[in-house]
Design a protein around this ligand. Structure first.
Ligand SMILES: *Cc1c(COP(=O)(O)O)cnc(C)c1O
Length: 355
């Protein structure tokens, strides 16, 4: 248990007006959680303080070698006025998997969840309540030693910041076009692909720009060795329904283990679908698209929950998925998971927590 000090702001900001477009990641709340780490001392001084700029030496290690990890989850306001989190203990677990890979000290799981709940509680009036809106939660750790040598830092900052965000789908699920990238790669086995860390995103930007220039909203990555097997989308895992079966790339070390992916697979299994976590070659996918057995394609991630894919591009081929609309299973998964998140549906798995 952390003994969290709480210092409330004397200058609360104006909250966005009801119904004003929130977008994503532009607006920040009044407070943030902060905790320091020093080698030999451990994590110390956990506190919720006014949101403000932080001061770091230009020599801070995070600026040079990218030793940092982040997480992403949301707080949802139910119709009953309660504030809910969705499986935050999974974010705590994954944070430590990233920490271990990046030589960042472990944060006890219960402390991570406590920190998230503490800052959300102080800023609970910032959780928007219009349909589909939520409070995005961004926990992260940065290396703060002032040192230009390459080594794990001896000091760190763990922070949690909050950003009210708009409905991902303003008017119902909308299919996206996806660019299968055959030149750049995101990650390789043995690298940092399974860690949630900035470096993976830095590596992804060039392909994202290329895809956007080509008129596609997301990149689908192939494996980093043969560029033959499907990995994942920019910030989402990818799931296919082929001949009635649910097929998704196995967690092989270069793919981020999404919490939404985990939840979707659990629901599919419980609904009686056969679920295969395995290698899927891009050739298998192209063939399934051509012979009509590729029934549904969707991305999974905290931002959108599920994101239907209407169109795939690979080299010079463009394939429409199904009739280009929303698959039946895609819609059902969206309704079920968002129902649990906003407290509208029963929660048989204990996925929902109250703040
Ligand atoms: C965060 C993330 C995901 C999705 O994970 P969720 O826990 O479902 O939000 C997928 N891929 C990458 C690269 C990510 O960073």
């Amino acid at each position: 248990m952390l003994n969290i000090r709480i210092e409330k702001t004397q200058n609360p900001k104006a909250k966005p007006e009801k119904g004003a477009p929130l977008g994503f990641g532009h607006i920040f709340t009044d407070h943030m959680f902060v905790m320091n780490y020093e080698e030999g001392k451990g994590w110390f001084d956990p506190r919720v303080v006014p949101f403000e700029n932080i001061s770091l030496s230009p020599a801070s290690m995070v600026f040079h070698y990218g030793q940092e990890m982040f997480e992403g989850l949301k707080a949802y306001k139910g119709e009953d006025g309660q504030i809910y989190l969705f499986r935050p203990e999974m974010n705590a677990k994954r944070a430590n998997a990233s920490n271990e890979r990046l030589c960042i000290p472990e944060i006890p799981e219960e402390d991570f969840v406590q920190a998230v709940k503490a800052v959300v509680d102080v800023d609970r009036d910032w959780v928007p309540e219009e349909a589909g809106t939520s409070l995005y939660i961004r926990p992260f750790v940065i290396a703060t030693d002032n040192f230009l040598g390459v080594a794990p830092s001896k000091t760190y900052l763990f922070m949690v910041i909050l950003s009210p965000s708009g409905a991902y789908y303003a008017s119902g699920l909308a299919p996206v076009g996806i660019w299968i990238e055959d030149e750049y790669v995101r990650a390789v086995k043995g690298g940092i692909g399974y860690a949630k860390t900035g470096g993976n995103y830095a590596a992804s930007l060039a392909a994202q720009v290329k895809a956007h220039d080509g008129g596609y909203s997301q990149v689908l990555w192939l494996d980093g060795v043969e560029r033959k097997y499907i990995e994942e989308v920019g910030a989402m895992n990818i799931v296919f329904k082929i001949s009635g079966k649910i097929v998704t790339p196995a967690l092989n070390g270069s793919i981020l283990p999404g919490i939404t992916r985990n939840s979707v697979l659990k629901l599919c299994r419980d609904w009686g679908y056969e679920v295969e976590e395995r290698k899927i070659s891009v050739d298998e996918l192209v063939e399934a698209a051509h012979n009509g057995t590729l029934e549904e394609v969707f991305g999974t991630g905290t931002a959108a929950v599920v994101s239907p894919v209407g169109k795939l591009r690979y080299k010079d081929d463009v394939f429409a998925i199904g009739d280009g609309g929303i698959g039946e299973l895609t819609q059902k998964l969206y309704d079920e998971i968002t129902g649990i998140q906003w407290g509208k549906k029963a929660d048989p798995y204990g996925w929902r927590q109250t703040v």
